[in-house]
Write a protein that binds this ligand. Structure first.
Ligand code: SF4
Ligand code: SF4
Length: 116
């Protein structure tokens, strides 16, 4: 249900929303050493390939998906090469990819030095 709330505490039901027919397709991949995790929301990925192009260690690849806006969807193909830099997460315009790393701040600083 989607409610519109007013300052005086009243509310109006705008719409009944059901997510039952459109579940999120979440794909989680963990590196073999258990340190790094990528979570991709395939429902939100439009296939722009920004993350795959920017990943410094070629963890991500695009595969054909005609139902996507850009005709492709991102997949993890080499999880063990992930260094947890978080570039994919930071640059995805659709918030479709999340990167988890134990030392994210340190990894980001190191990535910045390399590219400078
Ligand atoms: S940047 Fe985001 S929307 Fe674009 S391909 Fe990667 S996960 Fe999908
Ligand atoms: S966290 Fe960095 S290394 Fe890992 S997939 Fe994303 S961009 Fe590539």
């Amino acid at each position: 249900m989607l409610w519109l709330f007013f300052a005086d505490g009243t509310r109006v039901l705008l719409k009944q929303v059901s997510f039952k027919d459109s579940p999120m397709n979440i794909v989680k991949t963990v590196s073999a050493n258990g340190l790094y995790t990528l979570v991709i929301n395939e429902t939100w990925c439009k296939g722009c390939r920004i993350c795959a192009d920017l990943c410094p260690t070629h963890v991500l690849e695009m595969i054909e998906a005609p139902d996507r806006w850009e005709g492709a969807i991102v997949k993890v193909v080499n999880m063990d090469a992930c260094n947890g830099c978080g570039i994919c997460e930071a640059e995805c315009p659709d918030f479709a990819i999340t990167s988890y790393a134990p030392a994210r701040g340190k990894a980001k600083a190191a990535a910045g030095k390399e590219s400078a």
